[in-house]
Design a protein around this ligand. Structure first.
Ligand code: HEC
Ligand code: HEC
Length: 372
C-alpha cells in the first residue's frame, strides 16, 4: 500500500468550487443587496455541472461516470452494509456516494434553472428576461427555494456519509478530496492530475466573475452601478407631455387600470385642477395608461401594488395604495418635511429612476445621501 492519485485536479477543483458556490448562494439568498453575487453563484453552479458532465466522459479514471455506475439497489445494499459496519472500501466513489452525486448534480441544475426563471420574471434579467410576468417569476421562486432546501438536505446527507465512511475505513475522505491521494496499490492509481484542464477551468471561472462584477469597478457616486435594471418601460409622448406638466409623469404601472379610467373620467376635477384635455388626447392617454397599468405586472412594483389594492377599491393616489404605504412607513417625518422632498408624490426626490417608472431597489436614495 502506498499513496496513489485518485481524484484528478479538475475533479477536486469542481468539487470545492461547487461547495463554495452553493454556500455563497445560500448565504446571499435573502437579500436583494447581494443579488449579483447570488446570481453569479447560480451561473457558476450551472457551469460547473456542465463541466462535470463533460468530465464524467473525458476525465481521468475515477472522475468518469463509468467508474461509478451503480444502480439504486447497489446503493441501498451498500447503505445496509454500512449500517452493519461491514461495507467494502471503494477507491473511487462508493455506490451510496454515487447517488448523492447524481442527486446533487440534478438538484443543482434544477435549482439553477428555476433561479434563472425567477430572475427573468421578477427582475426581467438573464436568458428568460421579458418572457415571464413578475407573478410567474414569483411562482418559480417558491419552487427554486424548495429545490435549494432539498439540495441543502442532500449536502447534509453527503457530509454524514463522508464522516461515517471516514470512520469506518479509518481514512480522511475530505482530505483526500483536497490532496487527491488515498492509500492504494499502484495499479489502482488514476493516470494523471490533468493540470492543464484544471487551469482552463479556473481561468473560465475567473473570467466569468470579472464579467459579472465589472460594473462595480466602474461605478461612481453619481452613477451607481445597478446590476438588475430591467428593460425600458413603454413610453408615450402625449402622456409624458400632458401628465408630466405639473408633476412627475407617474408611470401607468403604478395604479390599476380601473384607477386610470376613473381619473380620466374625472379629469375636470383632478386634485383641484381641471386638465382640459381634448377627446383625442384623452383617448390616447387612457389607452396608454390602461395597456400598461399595474394589472399588467410589468414591474415588481406593479405586481405588488396591484395585489395590495382591494378588489372593490379604485384609489386615485399611488400614495394611498397599501403597498406604497407599507414600503414608506419607515421613513421619518423630517424626511418628508425636507424641502427637497416636500410631497409624498415627489417620487423622484428619492428614486433616481422615477421618470422611467422602474423603481428598482438599487436606484433608491434618501435625500440625505444624495448630498446637500
Ligand atoms: C394642471 C396640473 C396637473 C396636470 C396636467 C396633471 N396633474 Fe396629476 N396631480 C395634480 C395635482 C395638483 C395633484 C395632487 C398633488 C399632491 O397632492 O401632492 C396630482 C396628483 C396626481 C396623482 C396622485 C399622486 C399620488 O399618489 O399622490 C396621480 C396618479 C396623477 N396626478 C396623475 C396624473 C395623470 C395621469 C395626468 C395626465 C392625464 C395628470 N396627473 C396631469 C396636477 C396635475
Ligand atoms: C422620501 C423619499 C421617498 C419618496 C418621496 C418616495 N419613496 Fe419610494 N421608497 C423610498 C424608500 C426609502 C424605499 C425603500 C423602503 C424599503 O425597502 O423598506 C422606497 C421603496 C419604494 C418601492 C419599493 C421598491 C422595492 O422594490 O423595494 C416602490 C415601488 C416605491 N418606493 C415607489 C415610490 C413611488 C411611486 C413614489 C412616489 C409616488 C415614491 N416611492 C416616493 C423612499 C421614497
Amino acid at each position: 500500500m502506498q499513496k496513489i492519485l485518485v481524484w484528478d485536479l479538475p475533479t477536486r477543483l469542481f468539487h470545492w468550487l461547487l461547495a463554495a458556490a452553493f454556500a455563497a448562494a445560500w448565504l446571499t439568498a435573502e437579500s436583494d443587496t447581494w443579488l449579483a453575487l447570488h446570481v453569479f453563484a447560480g451561473y457558476l453552479m450551472l457551469g460547473l455541472v456542465a463541466f462535470r458532465l463533460l468530465w464524467g466522459v473525458i476525465g481521468s479514471r475515477y472522475a468518469r461516470f463509468a467508474s461509478f455506475r451503480f444502480g439504486p439497489r447497489a446503493a441501498m445494499a451498500y447503505l445496509q452494509e454500512t449500517l452493519h459496519g461491514k461495507a467494502k472500501r471503494h477507491i473511487g466513489h462508493n455506490p451510496a456516494g454515487s447517488w448523492a452525486i447524481y442527486g446533487l448534480l440534478g438538484l443543482a441544475v434544477a435549482a439553477g434553472l428555476t433561479g434563472l426563471l425567477t430572475l427573468g420574471g421578477e427582475e426581467n434579467h438573464g436568458p428568460f428576461a421579458g418572457l415571464l410576468s413578475y407573478g410567474l417569476g414569483h411562482a418559480f421562486k417558491e419552487l427554486h427555494e424548495g429545490l435549494a432546501s432539498a439540495m441543502l438536505a442532500l449536502v447534509g446527507l453527503h457530509l454524514a456519509g463522508v464522516a461515517v465512511e471516514s470512520l469506518l475505513h479509518k481514512e480522511n475522505l475530505a482530505k483526500a478530496m483536497v490532496t487527491g491521494c488515498k492509500d492504494g496499490e499502484t495499479a489502482q492509481a488514476a493516470a494523471s492530475p490533468r493540470r492543464f484542464s484544471a487551469m482552463a477551468l479556473l481561468a473560465l471561472v475567473l473570467a466569468g466573475g470579472a464579467w459579472q462584477f465589472k460594473g462595480y469597478a466602474l461605478e461612481t457616486p453619481q452613477q451607481p452601478y445597478r446590476p438588475f435594471v430591467g428593460p425600458t418601460l413603454p413610453d408615450n409622448k402625449v402622456w409624458r407631455a400632458e401628465c408630466g406638466a405639473c408633476h412627475l409623469a407617474f408611470h401607468p404601472s403604478l395604479l390599476p387600470a380601473r384607477s386610470w379610467r376613473r381619473m380620466m373620467a374625472e379629469q375636470d376635477r383632478h386634485f383641484g385642477e381641471s386638465l382640459g384635455l381634448d377627446p383625442a388626447s384623452t383617448r390616447e392617454i387612457l389607452d396608454f395608461l390602461e395597456n400598461n397599468a399595474a394589472d399588467r405586472q410589468l414591474t415588481e412594483a406593479a405586481y405588488k401594488i396591484d395585489r395590495s389594492v382591494p378588489a372593490g377599491e379604485t384609489p386615485l393616489r399611488i400614495t394611498d395604495t397599501p403597498y406604497w404605504q407599507k414600503k414608506h412607513r419607515g421613513i421619518p417625518a423630517e424626511t418628508w418635511r425636507d424641502p427637497k422632498v416636500a410631497s409624498k408624490a415627489n417620487c423622484a426626490a428619492c428614486h433616481l429612476d422615477a421618470e422611467q417608472g422602474t423603481f428598482e431597489d438599487g436606484a433608491m436614495r434618501l435625500p440625505a445621501r444624495l448630498g446637500k
